[in-house]
Every structure is written in C-alpha cells, then in structure tokens.
Design a protein around this ligand. Sequence first.
Ligand SMILES: [Zn+2]
Length: 446
Amino acid sequence: MQKLWFGDIKLFSEEYLKKLKGLAGITGVVPDNYQIHVPGYKVSDDILDRSPFPRGWTEWPAAKKDIEAGGDTDIAYPVYAGIAVQTDDAPILELLEACDRVGIDVSTHAGLWGYSGNVFPEMGFVDVFGEAIDEKMSPLAIPLCPNEEAVLAYEAESIVDVMKRYGFPLLNIDHGHFPPLANPHGLLGCACTRCRARASELGYDFDTMAEAVKELVLKLRRLTATGLEAVYKQATSYTDAISLLGAEEEVFKWLEFRSKTVSGHVKSVSERIIKALGKPVPIDSHIMPPSMAYLSGQDIALWSKSVDCVSPGWGSAVGWEEATIQNFAALARLLAGATGADEGFALEFLYRIFGYEDVGLPATIKGLEAREYSSFDVYKKEILLMADKIPAGTKILYPFDATQSMRGRMDEMAELIGSLKPEGIVCFNWGNENTDEELLSIGKCS
Ligand SMILES: [Zn+2]
C-alpha cells in the first residue's frame, strides 16, 4: 500500500523520516514550502527564459514592496503554473539524500493554473460578462485561463526540467481547478477568446451557453427568501437546486464544458510530461472536496482518466474539510445577504443540496468558523462520497488528516479508510510531528 505524507519540507528530518516509515509505514513524502508553494528547485535558465511569467518577479516593484514589508501575500509569492522561480535547492537535495538512506520516495510537487489570475491578469480568467473575478469576494484561488497555450507548455516543460534534474520517481500536481465555491463568481468563467475557441472545438455553442448563464445570474439577483424556501422544499441535490432556480439546459452544458476544459488541460499536461521524459511516470493530482468538486470544474470520473491517481487537496481553498466549511460559510453569507433569508435557513438549504444534512454542522456561520463540528465527520462524508464517485479501477489516495483536529480519532480514521480497501493514503500534518502513538494508529490503516 502506498502511503505518502504531504507536509512542509522542514518537517522531514532524517530521524522523523525513520519514524514515519517504521511506525506509520510511510512509503514516500511530498514536500512543500508554504511561502513559495513548491519545495524549492533550481530550474534551467533556458526554460525560465521561455516562461510566460516575468523573470525576476521578486525584484518587481509590487512584489518587492510586499516582500520588504514581510508580507506573505500572493503578490510577493504568487502560486505559479509550473515552476517559475529559481530558489535555493539545498533543502530538497538534503531531503533526497536522507530519503535515499531511509528508503522512501520523494515526489515532485508543483502547481498548475488554478491561482495567480489576479497577479498576472493578461493570462487571467474572464467571466461571461467580460469581467475579471471579484477579488473582494474571496482572494482564494483566482485562476489563470486554463486554455492559454503558453501556460500549458510552460507547466509541462518546467516540471520535466526539475524531474530530470533531481530524478524524482513520482509527480504530484495540484491546483488544476476553477475557483472554490467560496468565490461563486468563478462559476461564470472562463469566457475569454481562448476558451470560446476551445468550446467550439469541443462542439459547444458558446454564445448560447453564455447567454443562459447570464440569464440565470439575472434570475438569482431577483431571488427572494420566499423563492429560496420554495426551492428548498423540492431540491435534494445542487443539480435540482440549479434547475429550480431557473437554469436552462445550456447552463448544465456550461458546467460540462468547464469540466471538459479542466480535465483536458490536466490530460494535455500529463501527456506532454510523459512524452518529454520518454517514459511513464506515476502522476497524482489533487482534487477538491468530492461533494463540490464538479462545480470547480473537476468531474471526478473524467478527471481520473487524465492521471494515474487522484488524491485530496489540503488547506482553505481545496482541502476536504477546510474548503468545504469555508464554502458553506461564504455561500450562506451570500444567499442570506442577497435574499434576506435567515442565515440559519441559508445554511440548512446548503447542507441539504450538498448532502450534509446528517453531518451535524452548526446552524450559524459563527459556529462553522469556530469549528463547532466534528472534523472526522466531515472527512467521513467526503471520503465515502469519493468512494462512491470514483470509477472502478482508478487509484485513489484517501486523505488521512493527522493534525490536531483528528486527535483521538486516528484509530477510527484508519478503520474507516481501511474498510474501503484503498491502494493508498496521503497523510497531512504540515509542520508538526505526531506522537509515536499517533503514527502507530496511521500504521494500522491497511
Ligand atoms: Zn479562458
């Protein structure tokens, strides 16, 4: 069974790696560095010269100002599509040597196009009204356009460069998605000229779809609390709700087109990487919370054909627990504000259409934000949904959250995941070591 650990590169001292292997059965690590979003690589100069991103970004006035102010902002440290900055690679070289001695794998980790559309708007995402995404609604994960050839080519080329340079046996890619639902504005794009052309290639009538999406937005602007209650009485899924809110069939085609765009992008990058390497490499990619992934352009069945393995995202934009909760909070705030409905009712509505009525989530946004719920139960819901949605024969690494939020429940988590007979898991505790007892609990997952 493959057992990976996703965490801060500083977490993986040789002593701790031995424990991870010996007690938890960890077979490989996926290192990252929170600030720069990759563990830190050198990239060949000629590759960087072909980057669509500005060379020497950290010296640019906007970035320099934020860096000097000590800010961890997305202007100072954008999440690039591919690897677009030279960084000190001593930590990754040390980790490769330590893992070699301990006998576990190190995976390449790099992002795709799902961020930085606000930093590099010339390659950015445009909605059906021709506008950029409203950053104020949520600064999280504003993507680049997924059909920009320069981005597609650069992602593959820069990833191949570091894979060859360091000899990584595995590749873990994330951020191949449209925005999380915490920013529902993201549902209205990408509608730039590149995406319009892509829609035609795929056989869609772009203008009809865009008109239907605009029409639905106008209907939603007129939605009242009474209207929301009428939808609540009949809807048992978000698909029902979208229909009952007045969406025409073309709106569903729009969602389908978005998911084909995203999985097509991931497939294209995967194929370019394998071709350039001249050999297959196991490619694993992060997926959003399964209850809502489709609305961020990730159709699990379609997506899983584009890679060798799927695994969970982590954190506030894509994590199966954190992003789910943030999405509920943001959507409830929006629905209540726009319709005048009670906040508790807005939450009840959302829990119903996303299948969360039985999870015991709080009746207030404040309660959600204060984490007055069981993280275990949220993971359980998403893990079982994934087990249901993933096509037979597709490899999946289930999430094993090893942070404080799962304290005291790790045996239960091992049992839950083990009951699904998985091919693997990916554990997460960003920068904190777990106790020996906790690692032994993870070791029980088989
Ligand atoms: Zn586009």
